[in-house]
Design a binder for this molecule. Sequence first.
Ligand code: GDP
Length: 681
Amino acid sequence: MSLDLQKFRNIGIAAHIDAGKTTVTERILFYTGVSHKIGEVHEGETVMDWMEQERERGITIQSAAISCSWKGYHVNIIDTPGHVDFTIEVGRSLRVLDGMVSVFCGVAGVQPQSETVWKQATRYNVPSIIFVNKMDRIGADYFKVVKDVNERLNGNALAMQVPIGSEENFKGIIDVLTGKMVMYTDEKGMDVKWVDMDPAYADQVAQLRDAIIARAADFDDNLAEAYLDGKEISIEQIKSGLRKGVLKREVFPAFCGSAFKNKGVQPMLDAVLDYLPSPLDIPAVVGENPDTGAEEIRKADPSAPFSGLAFKIMTDPFVGVLSFVRVYSGSLSSGSYVLNVTTGSKERVSRLVRMHSNKREEIPSVEAGDIVALVGLKDVKTGDTLSDIKHPILLENIDVPTPVISASVEPKSKGDYEKMITALRKMTQEDPSFKLFYNEETAQTVVAGMGELHLEIQIDRLKREHKVDVEQGKLQVAYKETIQKPVDIEGKYIKQSGGRGQYGHVWLKLDPLERGKGFEFENKVVGGTIPKEFIPAIQKGLEEAVTTGILGGYPVVDLKATVYDGSYHDVDSSEMAFKIAASMALKSGMKIANPTLLEPIMKVEVDTPDEYVGDVMGDLNSRRGRILGMEEKGKGQQVIRAEVPLNEMLGGYSTTLRSLSKGRASYSMEFETYAEVPAAV
Ligand code: GDP
């Protein structure tokens, strides 16, 4: 049986940490009837928070998909984490979901992380509706948050509701389109009553309604005509016009409520159905044929060849490894074989599992547009493409940011070494932004990740899930090296004493590149001074050489190497000789090109009450921080924005901030760029 794809929604719920994403998700699961108990976050009992330490920290880090249904629609909720250390998790969930509910705190409005998530949603073109939460809190202001989104995120938010009462008197919400007000009569918010609104709001509602119609008319010519002619316009017409705008990401309908007090969640769910895309509304997925490189397109059609993207690998204590897959086209049944196009291996899917909040449901098959967990795949990583064996397609992989921080790890008991490595390998498979290295110089195993908390949590998981107790070394910032001036340099690898010799000879030009450009290679050899067949070897030699710089053995970045001249020998020249010559040239060229170390610079935002602004800034300055600006945020509250080298933020900035501000300031931090380490440091 084919399910009606129009009635599918793959959504994510994104928010700044603490805005109430977990609570909102909980309530959705409750009202959709899957979860029978409302788990409160502060009691440390939630359905979405899978892992123990997430519960302890009260944050959701790992994304998983949970299925539920609402008014005959099948809704998959892909959990998107809020902590910035884990932006890769956010990025990968945005990749596979079709629409988003952006949760904002009614008091704090747009916060640093909501900006990050918003930017990513823009990049992945994800349409969104807005839910302004915590309307029961003192100072909550729905219309201010809508304005905030418009001004700070350039968001085109559109008020669809009017909250009635505020703070503890927040008692209902008017739906502008119908003019009805939703009232809740019971504690759990199960009993939803729609009543006529209080006439006192009639003018305000009429104005907002006009604004909505005018906006909807932008996307529907018939509607625009009817509107200009003063004709009656149906709610369905307005919604359908608006929906077009939402799908284009040109309008973001905003709703409000209090998840905690069980208000406003059902109307928001209705809006998910009304405005967010179905799998048919998103463009067909584009990839390439792995053999020919030709472009391949797959429509969300169950009868097309199967294709899907593995966006999350998790180890479930009961069923083993689960690979969460977004199915883009075709269908897949349990017991069948798929091609892992990324690795080239064929794998058998032993079971298909749909995850609900409180149970796993085994399903015989899955079709385009859906999200499912596969059991039985042996060698699959996050970002791998799976496809029909006869019709391979390689989808774009998920962007993995490079780690900025590392630490050595060593098992507490020597016998645990193999166990530790096996566990770490598995963890890197689950989370590609978590890396594992062996440092030959120090003979240490090193793990690297996106931030202090990221590493802390991974090492915690080693202990809890994999039962390996480890000793962690000092946190090290991931430095890089680059050059600051262009040079021309010669590299010669010539050995001609008896027998067949070696002859490799190159002239390179090294140029510094802008930050973030990485390494580039160009071939400008003319007239065959170096035969074509040796050029790839030169490139290879350079690519290997840039993995370890000359200052501290750190990777070399933001450098362009152009080979433009050299010479060869008919007999003695070989790929190996050119490879070595190129590598030698790069190393000696770097020495005279003003080499310098680069360090990761973090974007830091501190929210603090007025009275601690001086101390917080002073402390940031002493950490080599550059204050970018300060903004008033609510009464007596400031947001300080700064760029600070990661190295200076290591080892308990949160503790310092707490003691500076008597626990009243908070901060967020994310990677911004690499910059030169000042000579004085
Ligand atoms: P997340 O970090 O975005 O997942 O946020 P949580 O759902 O964990 O919520 C953070 C805190 O805010 C918790 O203590 C919640 O109980 C509380 N909270 C969530 N929603 C509301 C709400 O609507 N009103 C109030 N007053 N508190 C809320």
